[in-house]
Ligand binder design. Structure first.
Ligand code: NDP
Length: 393
């Protein structure tokens, strides 16, 4: 049996570690080529040694001496910086996990697709900011992008063997985050600590706060539009506090296919790792008799204004996703730093979209890396300007 050559980008993060957990359960099946991290030298070096990786890349170049020291005596090559990241992504592999957080995940993903690898995509920002570029690069190189976000993996699985033109609607579920039961008037006072606790999923702080504000769901709605090509009015969001039904696909005969599973990212990661096969995965099995009840409710747009902003982005298209993503990230940074309040995040993003999306060459510009950088810079400077004018809490 030939070994599958795999790389994990963002190996030290939550998704990266879950991916290595699965790979580590069948080490004889894989040849680990590249592992990468942002700054966490200790974890990167430990995993590089354990998996005998060909190369370990740390993004922060100042940490290269530390990485070299940590890898002394083992065969793994140490490298650092964006160029090294792109070089590692260009090494021929069969499968790559794209789990770098933020815009930094896009270029390595494109490089991996250019050499024909299957890209398991957790990095939402790639699809939201540059979905068309990503899918075009995959098509041109005979490569494949497989979704790893749990909702999109669920939709993908519900569509296996189906005719996509028979799909009427797609429903992605949302737990409702930390504040789903709070009175809307109280949200203005929500603190960073309160927003950082998720009722069901154990995730990083940023994505947890994005769940409370539903900016995370807004990103996922845009991802659904970009990846599957469904129209904005075909995509619905449904509050489902238990987080056991991840998505449903509704067909033109009225049937709904639902995907259920424990809230454990190793399911979606494992599905993408073994696709098109299904292999045994170490995730909890649901006992529906014990669970007894599944609840659903329509989301309240007053509580979750980010959902309306996702519709604006999908309707405008072009480079709107890049502006939305950068404005959302800057507003989140400002909330975490105590500069703006919880509800001001969506107000800031809305104002940036209002200012930039009518034109500014962002809608019709061809989608390439230069134009994406331009849209990102414009989004950053406009968000900073809006935030300076925003009355802080
Ligand atoms: P984490 O923050 O846990 O991990 C991010 C990874 O990216 C780490 O390896 C980190 O390195 C690395 N990194 C951070 N900044 C940079 C940079 N500038 N350049 C290169 N590498 C960098 O994130 P998650 O694992 O939670 O999420 C990864 C992606 O998957 C995100 O896009 C997220 O939205 C998405 N996602 C996450 C889910 C989850 O359940 N966690 C669910 C679905 C999607 P270091 O450790 O050194 O900082």
């Amino acid at each position: 049996m030939s070994l599958r050559r795999v790389s994990v980008f963002g190996a030290t993060g939550s998704i990266g570690q879950s991916t290595l957990d699965l790979i580590g359960r069948a080490p004889d099946h894989y040849n680990v080529v590249a592992l990468t991290a942002g700054r966490n030298v200790a974890q990167l070096a430990e995993d590089a040694r354990r998996f005998k990786a060909e190369v370990a890349v740390i993004s922060d170049e100042s940490l290269l001496p530390e990485l070299r020291l940590a890898l002394q005596g083992c065969s793994t090559e140490a490298a650092a910086g964006v160029l090294a990241l792109n070089e590692a992504a260009s090494r021929p592999v069969d499968w790559v996990m794209s789990a770098i957080v933020g815009a930094a995940g896009l270029e390595p993903g494109l490089k991996a697709l250019e050499q024909g690898a299957t890209l398991a995509l957790a990095n939402k920002e790639s699809l939201v900011t540059a979905g068309k570029l990503l899918l075009k690069t995959a098509a041109e190189n005979g490569a494949r992008v497989l979704p790893v976000d749990s909702e999109h993996s669920a939709v993908f699985q519900a569509l296996v063997g189906e005719d996509i033109s028979a799909v009427e609607r797609v429903i992605i579920t949302a737990s409702g985050g930390a504040f789903r039961d709070w009175p809307v008037e109280r949200l203005k006072q929500a603190t960073v600590a309160q927003a950082s606790s998720h009722p069901n999923w154990d995730m990083g702080q940023r994505i947890t706060i994005d769940s409370a504000s539903m900016f995370n769901k807004a990103l996922e709605v845009i991802e659904t539009h970009e990846y599957f090509g469904f129209l904005p009015d075909q995509i619905e969001v449904l509050i489902h506090p238990q987080s056991l039904v991840h998505a449903l696909v509704g067909f033109q005969d009225g049937g709904l296919m639902a995907h259920l599973g424990a809230p454990d990212m190793r399911h979606a990661i494992g599905y993408a790792l073994h696709y098109p096969k299904r292999e045994k995965l170490p995730v909890a099995r649901l006992n529906l008799a014990e669970i007894g009840q599944l609840d659903f409710a329509a989301p309240d747009i007053e509580r979750y204004p980010a959902l309306a902003l996702a519709n604006t982005v999908m309707e405008r298209g072009g480079l709107s996703g890049a502006v939305f993503n950068v404005a959302k990230d800057a507003a989140l940074d400002a909330f975490i730093a105590g500069q703006i309040g919880f509800t001001q995040m969506s107000e800031v993003v809305e104002e940036v979209l209002d200012l930039l999306l009518p034109d500014n060459g962002l809608i019709d510009a061809p989608m390439n890396l230069d134009n994406l950088r331009h849209a990102t810079q414009l989004g950053q400077s406009t968000t900073a300007q809006v935030m300076r004018a925003t009355k802080a809490i």
